[in-house]
Design a protein around this ligand. Structure first.
Ligand code: MTE
Ligand code: CO
Length: 424
């Protein structure tokens, strides 16, 4: 066999990011892959990739996605934050299937950049109201009994820009501060036994080792219930962006509490009132007072296709896809409406349906160039039903940022394009 002659790449791919420059009217943030078909590659011809040997095994020591998938990336909104070190990028939910977020696509949110930590120098200090204060190495952590659990992490600010109306015309930008990963690590209940927590200890301060000095107070009941210190995600070491070499896992609770680059756990008898639980991550209510400690992420869902980045391209049968999650347990049902919430159909949930994990749902539907107002509504095992934005606003007013779990509306236009709109 001969090797493949150098050919020009027939498929031209482009990433079109329309300009969204101002808050206010729904702005366009659409990207697409444009590809030209090479008729020589189509049946009954032998396509160009068949007669030649492919690339050898030594080319990719760490495997990467196909170059034709180069549009499947995290994206940020440049005007959103003043600097890249204290910023956020978003998971491309609309490009994913199943419930696992690939490590390289997990959204990042950090307040002081990503520190570079040599795992040899990593230490986790445990102090305060315990019988035996300890300093653990990464090796020490790995010798504890192991837990392997899938959990979603959602930033409390996910969708926060949408409180007063539709702002960003993209599923990625309005819902992409969530990821779902299988974590490997140590249960905090095992660490608690090892250090001997004193009965008067009621709170734990989790402290990050990054320049942001991120720290949060977590009640002891949650710590021993299901919190973990994770050192691996989806089978490999944590990514630096996600807290390498160790982070705190606080299942179902707001992402800010999942302290990355974890360096210390202090047991105390009161909440510590750290910056991120007082001046930030509190909810401004209707009467101007701030609500403290809203930890749980309530049930939420999103239709990931069709969506503003995923137009409908041909008439006939379509497959609607989406994700649902709840910080209170398992998702039991997801309803879908095509007429802005008047009528609802029950979608199919795809297993595994896990506790405090993203859950996949699908629903076939027919489209004949008519306008549609697509919504999804999640229900969890406590019976909680995902609210409309009007229901949330009635309770919490219009000045909130965090904890917007309201139902979104995607408007399908007659040409198959889709827009993020606000009803009512
Ligand atoms: N931990 C530290 N040490 N520093 C941070 O800036 N950001 C928090 C949390 N943990 C943060 C942190 C916030 S606001 C969120 S939403 C999650 O980490 C984001 O986790 P991710 O970057 O893995 O998506
Ligand atoms: Co956050």
């Amino acid at each position: 066999m001969t090797t493949k002659p150098k050919q020009s790449n027939f498929l031209s791919r482009r990433s079109l990011l329309g300009g969204a420059t101002a808050l206010g009217a729904a702005t366009t943030l659409r990207h697409a892959t444009a590809s030209e078909v090479n008729p020589d590659n189509l049946p009954p011809n032998v396509p160009e990739w068949t007669p030649y040997l492919g690339a050898g095994v030594d080319v990719n020591p760490y495997g990467m996605p196909s170059e034709f998938e180069s549009h499947v990336i995290r994206r940020n909104v440049e005007w959103l934050t003043a600097s890249a070190e204290s910023s956020v990028n978003f998971t491309p939910l609309h490009e994913l299937d199943g419930i696992v977020t690939p490590n390289g696509l997990c959204f990042e949110r950090h307040h002081g950049g990503v520190p570079e930590i040599n795992p040899t120098d990593f230490r986790l200090m445990i102090n305060g109201l315990v019988d035996r204060e300890l300093i653990l190495t990464l090796d020490d952590l790995r010798r504890f009994p192991q837990a392997n659990r899938f959990y979603f992490l959602e930033c409390a600010a996910n969708g926060g820009m949408e409180w007063r109306g539709a702002q960003l015309n993209g599923c990625q930008y309005t819902f992409g501060m969530v990821h779902n990963v299988q974590y490997t690590g140590v249960r905090l209940s095992d660490i608690c036994r090892e250090v001997g927590v004193k009965p008067i200890a009621k709170w734990v301060l989790a402290e990050g080792g990054d320049s942001a000095g991120m720290s949060r107070s977590i009640p002891i009941e949650k710590i021993v219930d299901d919190c973990m210190v994770a050192y691996a995600m989806n089978g490999e070491a944590l990514r630096p962006e996600q807290g390498y070499p160790a982070r705190l896992i606080v299942p179902g609770w707001e992402g800010n509490m999942w302290v990355k680059w974890l360096r210390r756990l202090e047991f105390g008898d009161m909440p510590y009132m750290a910056r991120q639980e007082t001046s930030k991550y509190t909810d401004l209510m209707k009467d101007g007072k701030a609500r403290m400690f809203t930890w749980v992420m309530d049930a939420k869902s999103v239709v990931t296709s069709p969506c503003p980045e995923k137009s409908i391209v041909s008439k006939g049968t379509q497959l609607l896809k989406g994700l649902a999650w709840s910080g209170r347990g398992k998702i039991t049902r997801v309803d879908v409406s095509f007429d802005g919430g008047r009528n609802w159909q029950t979608s199919e949930l795809h297993g595994p349906v896990l506790d405090k994990s993203l859950t996949r749902f699908t629903l076939p539907f027919n489209w004949n160039s008519e306008e549609m107002l697509i919504q999804s509504r999640a229900i969890d095992e406590t019976g909680y039903i995902q609210p409309t934005i009007q229901q949330l606003q009635a309770e919490r007013g219009f000045n909130s940022i965090y904890h917007n779990n309201s139902i979104a509306t995607w408007m399908v236009n007659e040409d198959g394009t889709v827009d993020n709109v606000r009803l009512g």
